[in-house]
Design a protein around this ligand. Structure first.
Ligand code: TZP
Ligand code: MG
Length: 217
């Protein structure tokens, strides 16, 4: 189930969509077939407080209409307040063990990892999936780690064949194949959809391409 959810994992905040309305972009992405959504509200101009919560509620509602899981990045309190389907955290956020205790076992927990040790720690707290990257260069994350390619994804996928892995960082509909071939269950993208001229077409084309590689609908 989780592996299928990771297939085309769209990440967005209100500052990632240029002049387009972020809720319109999210709706277009959902219509186009994204399989999971993460609200990642950060950086200059990001919403906070009540505005952020209202935006999260609107995103969650849209995701619900398309039966797509709604995940919140970093902000565990917000995830609990809006009853999100899950939380995604990085290595610099609250420790995964604490987050798992806060959200319980019914919400999805995703953890960004870069080394085998980080993966092992994520497994101890029963992370439902791990993110790995940046696979390629990205301009969507100011403090992104050096480009990692697909080697670590391959290593981890071989060592833990059942672990759902999603690749991230600079991934597009024309360069994602090596990520899937390395053993990732899917790819997560910000700009390939959020900054596309037509996010609906971008999501549709991307989804078709991934489904054709994974040989199922
Ligand atoms: N973590 C590693 S790279 C990245 C995050 C959140 C940004 C991915 O954005 P894009 O536009 O798909 O490269
Ligand atoms: Mg984080």
């Amino acid at each position: 189930m989780i592996k299928k959810m990771l297939r085309l994992y769209f990440i967005m905040g209100s500052t990632n969509t240029g002049t387009a309305d972020p809720l319109d972009v999210l709706e277009a992405a959902l219509r186009g077939g994204v399989t999971c959504f993460q609200l990642r509200e950060k950086g200059p101009g990001a919403l906070s407080g009540n505005e952020k919560q209202k935006f999260a509620e609107a995103c969650k509602k849209l995701c619900g209409l398309y039966n797509v899981p709604f995940i919140v990045n970093d902000d565990v309190d917000l995830a609990i307040a809006v009853d999100a389907d899950g939380v995604h955290i990085g290595q610099d956020d609250e420790h995964a063990k604490v987050v798992r205790e806060q959200i319980g076992t019914h919400k999805i927990l995703g953890v960004s990892t870069h080394t085998e040790n980080e993966v092992k720690e994520a497994l101890v707290v029963s992370a439902d999936y791990i993110g790995m990257g940046p696979v390629y260069a990205t301009s969507s994350k100011a403090d992104a780690k050096p480009v990692a390619g697909t080697d670590m994804i391959r290593t981890i996928a071989n060592a833990y064949p059942d672990l759902p892995i999603v690749g991230i960082g600079g991934i597009t509909s024309t360069n994602f194949t090596p990520v899937i071939e390395a053993g990732a269950a899917g790819v997560s993208v910000i700009s390939a959809i959020a900054a596309a001229g037509n996010p609906f077409v971008a999501a549709c084309d991307f989804k078709k391409a991934i489904d054709s590689i994974l040989n199922e609908e």
